[in-house]
Design a protein around this ligand. Structure first.
Ligand code: SF4
Length: 426
């Protein structure tokens, strides 16, 4: 007997999808640098952008700036924007200065922004030129974090997708786990897989460039984050095979994610049970505590992080909530299908955003909890609706068994606060 199959649910995979392409209210892809620079310890992210971009990064990562930060902004001045200066020469000068001062940098990402895109600086050419100049000590890559092209989690997707073509080739049968996770969560995940005898396990992004992450026709990969559409496509192009599974949020999602990998590697049911029984029990207990507040409540997801579908599945199935609308910036069947299968039928499923139309639906539904971006949360709170910031779900460790209780508690907090305020007002 092998590891268990997927649990069955009512299913939203074939539900009609509301497709909207209007004005949207989300952070840009530069935001991903805040967590990526902590994960990749020998990388530096050089945003080629304006003072606005520098301010965004400083505001988002302000608390994490220490003596030698691993990100910065090459500011495009008015002369660059008017095409009066050679931005490429200036960029080369900035990079040379940075790399001579910082011998610890082994990977440099040139990150495009709205201004660099508007004036059409070809950062892929710049990366190629600089890679040749600074190889083999430093590898220079580029991707776009521009708000014109990306929502805030797509920055990580674009970054990882830029790394896939330059990963070394391997013929070995290996598991590649894709998506940046906090180190402590990543260690828990690797521990569970290794305890089942699964390996070698490679990680993308790896903590350092010298770590043995490679890809080839015998690589099977599992996504740890649901916003990695481009990276998924890039890995398929390198011949790797995707293990589709629900995402590891909550006890059930984590078990299904691990089981998909365990089945692939022929782990027997007894081993799977021995490794997962105790953390599963802990996760169930921790979720149950927060679920007392969440059960019977309605939730509306606006599209921000692409975590919406797996989180709605978690809240519906493990916390007793009723999703009324689940919207995601993008829906990829190959990536989100297993979670849609498990999401009980009922909610509207939406892809993309037309913010005014969507806010009309929020007001008509008056859900108990609305998950949305920072810009929309305050006005909705002012209208008496409880909100949860989508970005908090990306910055907080929420994956796998040991974080399942914290994940449920994140949603329970605004509801508890509202109940307390009502009590005080009574
Ligand atoms: Fe603003 Fe665009 Fe810079 Fe992001 S990339 S901070 S949206 S100007």
């Amino acid at each position: 007997m092998t590891a268990p199959g997927l649990p069955s649910g009512g299913g939203c995979r074939t539900a009609p999808v509301i497709k909207e392409r209007g004005q949207r209210e989300v952070f840009c892809g530069l935001t991903g640098i805040v967590w990526l620079h902590r994960k990749m310890q020998d990388a530096f992210f050089l945003v080629v952008g304006s003072r606005t971009c520098a301010h965004l990064l400083q505001a988002a990562a302000g608390v994490m700036i220490f003596a030698e930060p691993r990100f910065g902004t090459a500011i495009l001045e008015e002369g660059d924007l008017a095409g009066m200066a050679d931005a490429h020469e200036e960029l080369d000068r900035e990079v040379a200065k940075l790399l001579s001062r910082r011998p610890d940098i082994r990977q440099l990402f040139l990150v495009g922004s709205c201004p660099s895109e508007v004036i059409k600086i070809d950062l892929s050419k710049a990366a190629e030129r600089l890679s040749q100049r600074f190889a083999p000590r430093v590898r220079v890559l580029n991707y776009s974090g521009s708000g014109i092209e990306t929502t805030f989690t797509e920055g990580e997707d674009a970054c990882l997708a830029s790394m896939v073509p330059v990963l070394p080739r391997t013929e070995a049968r290996e598991l590649l786990v894709v998506g940046a996770l906090p180190d402590v969560v990543e260690d828990q995940m690797v521990g569970l897989l290794e305890a089942m005898g699964i390996g070698p396990i490679r990680l993308l992004p790896a903590r350092r460039i010298d770590d043995e992450t490679a890809v080839g026709p015998n690589t099977v990969f599992a996504l740890a984050q649901p916003f990695l559409g481009e990276t998924h496509a890039a890995l398929l192009r390198r011949g790797a095979r995707h293990l589709a599974a629900p995402f590891p949020f909550g006890e059930e999602g984590t078990t299904a994610w691990l089981a998909a990998i365990a089945r692939e590697f022929g782990v027997d049911a007894e081993t799977f049970e021995r490794v997962t029984a105790a953390p599963r029990a802990r996760a169930r207990k921790a979720v149950a505590a927060a679920a007392r507040t969440l059960s019977g409540k309605t939730v509306f997801f606006l599209p921000d992080s692409q975590l919406e579908i797996p989180l709605a599945r978690f809240l519906a199935r493990e916390c007793g909530m009723t999703p009324v609308e689940v919207a995601s910036p993008y829906i990829h069947d190959a990536i989100h299908g297993p979670d849609l299968d498990l999401l009980p039928a009922g909610p509207r499923i939406a892809e993309g955003q037309d913010v005014d139309l969507q806010l009309d639906r929020v007001r008509a539904d008056r859900p108990d909890l609305t998950v949305c971006g920072l810009g929309l949360a305050n006005p909705l709170e002012a209208e008496g609706l409880s909100t949860k910031w989508a970005i908090e779900l990306v910055f907080t460790p929420v994956h796998f068994y040991e974080q399942a209780g914290d994940l449920a508690a994140l949603f329970a907090r605004p509801l508890r606060r509202k109940a307390l305020l009502k009590l005080e007002a009574a």
